[in-house]
Design a protein around this ligand. Structure first.
Ligand SMILES: [Zn+2]
Length: 252
């Protein structure tokens, strides 16, 4: 009996040794593969970082939306003006001038030669289609625009003047890229010449800058006679997709 007990004790002892060795081996395994262990935790911290980033980007987005709303509210207070962005500002290589985007005094000194020669081609095109589209008004200096605007304000009041005349520094006519052609008449778009102009201007690089139904975007009443030179590619793109310049440049 004593011998059997001793053998059992020995077996137990060997088992404990065996288990200890296994334990040490497992310990070593994790000790030397720490990167593997930490990988599991880094996954956790990674997802935490992602969440933080997500929250941060949402906060930025919210801030941007608030900023935009504030700008719109400011603009709505003052007939579409409001916070002025001093220029000249180019987006997609296109000069933008509207009630928000201003132009410095003396930006241009006359009609842009490229725009003017494109206009001559447009007039020739109209002529061969049987229409006469005369040039009525092109480049206007800051000084001239000031006089014009002040005269309209004196005649119709500021609110009315702001719907059809630009404040100095905000007129496209100060760019030298804009022309009033055909007839300054609300019904010009319904005349054969006006219809021809609306559907062919883009072929010469021009857009009808203030189209019908887009007054909320352009902040101007419909002007079928006011064309702006942007080049054939951009003009065609805007014409085919029925976009105002503001929409096309992503600032509507
Ligand atoms: Zn005009």
């Amino acid at each position: 009996m004593k011998k059997k007990k001793r053998r059992l004790k020995r077996k137990l002892f060997l088992l404990i040794i065996f288990l200890l060795v296994i334990g040490v081996l497992i310990g070593c395994y994790f000790f030397f593969k720490t990167d593997r262990v930490s990988f599991d935790f880094s996954f956790l911290s990674q997802s935490l970082e992602d969440t933080e980033e997500k929250i941060a980007s949402e906060e930025t987005k919210q801030k941007e939306e608030e900023e935009k709303k504030k700008l719109e509210e400011e603009a709505a207070k003052d007939n579409g003006y409001g916070v002025e962005i001093p220029g000249p500002t180019y987006i997609k290589g296109i000069l933008i001038v509207n009630k928000t985007y201003a132009l410095p005094d003396g930006y241009a000194t006359g009609n842009d030669p490229t725009a003017l020669s494109a206009l001559r081609e447009l007039q020739a095109g109209a002529s061969s289609a049987g229409y006469s589209i005369p040039l009525l008004s092109g480049f206007r200096s800051h000084q001239k625009q000031t006089e014009l605007y002040n005269r309209y304000v004196a005649r119709d009041g500021k609110d009315a003047a702001d719907t059809y005349s630009a404040r100095p520094g905000h007129s496209e006519h100060e760019t030298g890229l804009t022309f009033d052609i055909g007839a300054v008449d609300d019904n010009y778009g319904e005349t054969p010449a006006g219809k021809w102009l609306a559907s062919h201007a883009h072929e010469y690089g021009f857009i009808i800058r203030y189209p019908k139904g887009k007054e909320d975007i352009t902040k101007y009443q419909y002007e079928p006679w006011h064309v702006r030179y942007v080049g054939v590619e951009h003009a065609t793109n805007m014409y085919e997709n029925d976009l105002t310049l503001e929409e096309y440049l992503g600032i509507a």
